[in-house]
Write a protein that binds this ligand. Sequence first.
Ligand code: KG4
Ligand code: ZN
Length: 350
Amino acid sequence: MRILGIETSCDETAAAVVANGSEIISNVVASQIDIHSRYGGIVPEIASRQHLLAIVPVVNRAMSEASVSWQDIDGIAVTFGPGLAGSLLVGVNLAKAIALAKQLPIAGINHLEAHIYANWLASPTRAEGRVGKEIPLTAFRNLSRDVSFPCLCLIVSGGHSDLVLMRGHGQFEKLGRTRDDAAGEAFDKAARILNLGYPGGPAIERAAISGAPCLPLPRAWLKGSHDFSFSGLKTALWHLVQKERILTNASLVADAAASFQSAVVDVLVAKTIEAAKEFEVRQILLSGGVAANKSLTERLLNSSPLPVLVPPPHLCTDNAAMVAACGYYHLQNGQVDGYDLDVVPSLSLG
Ligand code: KG4
Ligand code: ZN
């Protein structure tokens, strides 16, 4: 079963063809980062216009790179929320037009659920770790055979930091979420404070390599809850930068980046493992753009008593292969949407 996935929820215009929910046949992502970085963040008006310009060429390229015709496609999966309304509309409207013209079933996909399904995509850089063991970061594994329920999903992206219990396909229960900034948003704001550019996550990660996590920054543990909070950390970083005149010295900037990254990672890892133990899950599934962070991945792999599944970095950030993988399970399950499918910008999961 071959699914065409379409993703336009934020600043990536993406299309992909995926077979049987795991095998990537093509995966095309047109990023708008260069345009938005001039403004230090995403400008919604510009994002939707760029999606309009890019979407048809991106879908055509995904089809031609997969060497398939429309007769070879069995269904369309498209992100309908959460995200920017104007951006989501571009993908949803094109998906409905194709579905109608080619008489294909359509599945509207929750972007957060799609991030989780990046863990089902077969990839040579799949990671699995157990405590006390050498971590085979480059182990070749077919995850569609490897996921066992129930599992705990940590979704960390630009807009969300959610801990979700997944009992089976399509069965989600939200355990915790961020009370203020999402983890990716915190990285982006910290990078702005440190003058490191946009997007902040990769910039902080690069700067942190030459620094040490030696500066005092707080961790919001929110004991007794599975929620997260990162805005206090961001404010503390701002005060530290003013007080210690961090921006006057590149090595202090590197130390600040390393200290900030370490504070975020400490909280994400500890709270995820705590919830995994409490709910007696069999696995932890990491996903979302922040899961591309090597320090987060390694720390979770090193300290988890359970197997941890992490997509390779290019499947952690927004892409349409994860949407197609998720769509496969929806369509298999008979979850077909009508032509009245609409965008839901504030959609949540579980
Ligand atoms: O999932 P994603 O591509 O888009 C959303 O759904 O939001 O996540 C984007 C977020 C951005 O905030 C970006 O700074 C962050 O993921 N990110 C990272 C890294 N790569 C991307 N954060 C930390 N380390 C990274 N290497
Ligand atoms: Zn995303």
